[in-house]
Design a protein around this ligand. Structure first.
Ligand code: TA6
Length: 273
């Protein structure tokens, strides 16, 4: 079977690409934010959480899937919280067959009057989702098209779907220094497994490149290169209820594990990628 990609009109009249690999893995990516909202491995089930109360409209961020955070993570800087990439329409470039029986869909975002009002630089950002079998690969690249250098922070803010956050752990973070954003202080991970017994909002710096997300027998292997940090987030019941676009009890059904570059922002000279 060849791969397929189809552009359809979806929630909120926004457009999305339905992507299917030759071995029948599937993904959905909105042009709004180049936001991946669904990933179903071949013969498998949905791996990403998407809130039933999510907004789908220009200017708003989709709650769930994989928001692309660029050019600023959270409030850690002078610019817009979590950046503008997730609330801006991207261009779909193409979908093509690549090695290992996979299909790759590429999206681009360039600066505009609107983005330069928020962040005064000329740039090209490119997001590629590569899909086959049991694997989803996401690549994010930025080119400095400006005459001045710039720096940025970024994350692929992935909402992994779980059945019960209380039965979910993340493994392989022992010994890693983190900023606890709830307590506002730095700590070192002492336990082998990170559990979710309440609000968790942490930036792990220089984390190992491979982590596991485990719920019972179900294990998701997470691997990152070029993103040295990892953000782990779950809001808990109280903070989750305060999010207007999160469905009731929605906090139970996801854990965010985010490939991130925060501690050492990426600096690009003019022309560099
Ligand atoms: O990545 C964790 C985080 O920065 C949390 O602080 C939490 O607020 C989350 O992102 C979601 O942010 P959002 O702007 O999408 O509500």
């Amino acid at each position: 079977m060849p791969f397929s990609s189809e552009l359809i009109t979806a929630s909120g009249s926004l457009s999305k690409i339905l992507l299917t690999s030759p071995d029948n893995a599937r993904a959905e990516i909105y042009l709004h934010g180049a936001h991946l909202t669904s990933w179903i491995p071949a013969g498998g089930e949905e791996q990403l959480f998407l809130s039933r109360k999510s907004e789908f409209r220009p200017g708003a961020a989709i709650r769930g899937g994989v928001p692309i955070i660029f050019p600023q993570f959270s409030n850690l800087g002078l610019f817009m919280r979590h950046g503008f990439a997730r609330i801006t329409p991207w261009a779909f470039v193409d979908a093509e067959a690549v090695a290992d029986n996979a299909v790759a869909a590429t999206f681009q975002l360039r600066d505009s009057d609107a983005t330069r009002k928020i962040w005064p630089y000329s740039f090209l950002a490119e997001f590629t989702a590569t899909l086959s079998g049991q694997r989803l690969k996401m690549s994010f690249a930025v080119t400095n098209n400006d005459s001045n250098p710039f720096s940025f922070t970024s994350a692929l803010h992935t909402y992994f779907r779980v059945t019960d956050v209380g039965k979910t752990v993340i493994e392989n973070l022992r010994g890693v220094r983190y900023r606890d954003q709830v307590l506002g202080k730095d700590e070192v991970q002492s336990k082998a497994s990170l559990k979710f017994n309440g609000e968790v909002n942490r930036i792990y710096f220089n984390a190992p490149p491979r982590l596991s997300l485990r719920e019972g027998n179900r294990v998701t292997e997470i691997q990152a290169t070029g993103f040295p940090d990892v953000v782990v987030w779950n809001p808990d019941a109280k903070n989750g209820a305060a999010l207007s676009d999160l469905e009731p009890e929605g906090y139970r059904r996801f854990v965010c594990v985010e490939a991130a570059v925060i501690g050492m922002p990426v600096s690009l000279a003019p022309g560099e990628s």
